[in-house]
Design a protein around this ligand. Structure first.
Ligand SMILES: C[S@@+](CC[C@H](N)C(=O)[O-])C[C@H]1O[C@@H](n2cnc3c(N)ncnc32)[C@H](O)[C@@H]1O
Length: 255
């Protein structure tokens, strides 16, 4: 499936998509006992929001993504030199060539909803070492699905722009989290982690965040007019406070 993470979308993604709080990454490091001997595979790595912080904590990280433009941007920006960036998808995991039972963790940030998660969890189980596992991250509720006036105004604007209703939560809703937890529990010991904080946004962040989430063929031709129109819609709802809930589902291999 072509998700359109290419061209200018990549720049918006890299610039406006926030990373994950250190405590969230550290919780996974603690749960799997990750350290200087470990390799972490970050699947659906995008521009490296999870890959790089994990790389700083382990021997090496492998960022895997089907979109070459995302990987190229990640490679250019990466401050860690113990990362390799590999073109691939969830279905390529068994062919990555890593010895079975050796990987410290497989991480997936905001990307599992595009994967065959049951098949993936099965494949990952044989890849990870005992005590290691899989960590599924979400990085908050989409900007246009939150319970605030500015978010409702944004949703109405975007639904009008795209001509469709916006309901997909990218895996952050409770029903989907439970589905993932149930599938994980077939192979792993499952835990849930939640980290919450408030972020104070500027209109620029909201515009950039929205543009980073559009497929490249849906980007507005006139970005400046789009930004002005959105600003007019949002302005009455300032200030723009976002409650960010970072959810992590961990599955730990015990045997
Ligand atoms: C929303 S971005 C997430 C990027 C980053 N992990 C983060 O947490 O911000 C989703 C990424 O998943 C990738 N992706 C989509 N389908 C995939 C698949 N089947 N296997 C691996 N990655 C996939 C996309 O190319 C995109 O870069």
């Amino acid at each position: 499936m072509d998700l359109g993470f290419r061209g200018d979308v990549v720049e918006f993604y890299q610039r406006y998509r926030r990373g994950y709080p250190d405590e969230a990454v550290d919780a996974v490091v603690a749960e799997f006992g990750l350290g200087g001997e470990d390799v972490v595979v970050d699947l659906g790595c995008g521009t490296g929001q999870l890959t790089v912080p994990f790389a700083r904590r382990v021997r090496a990280a492998v960022g895997v993504d089907p979109e070459p433009d995302m990987l190229a941007a990640a490679r250019r920006a990466a401050s860690a030199d113990n990362v390799s960036w590999v073109v691939g998808a969830d279905t390529d995991v068994p062919a990555l060539g890593l010895a079975l039972g050796t990987v410290g963790a497989v991480t997936i940030g905001q990307a599992l909803h595009w994967m065959d998660h049951e098949r993936l969890f099965r494949a990952v189980h044989s890849m990870v070492r005992s005590g290691g596992g899989v960590a599924v991250f979400t990085n908050g509720t989409p900007l246009w699905l939150q319970d605030t006036g500015w978010s409702r105004a944004l949703r109405a604007f975007m639904e009008n722009y795209l001509g469709t209703r916006l309901t997909l939560t990218c895996g952050a809703d409770e029903h989907t989290q439970q589905r993932y937890a149930d599938a994980l529990s077939a192979h792993f010991t499952v835990r849930r982690h939640l980290f919450e904080y408030d972020d104070h946004l500027h209109v620029e962040h909201i515009v950039g965040g929205v543009l980073s989430a559009l497929p490249v063929d849906k980007l507005p031709a006139d970005r400046s007019a789009f930004a002005h129109a959105l600003n007019d819609v949002l302005a009455p709802h300032a200030p723009f406070v976002e409650r960010v809930d970072v959810r992590i589902l961990t599955g730990r291999r015990s045997g």
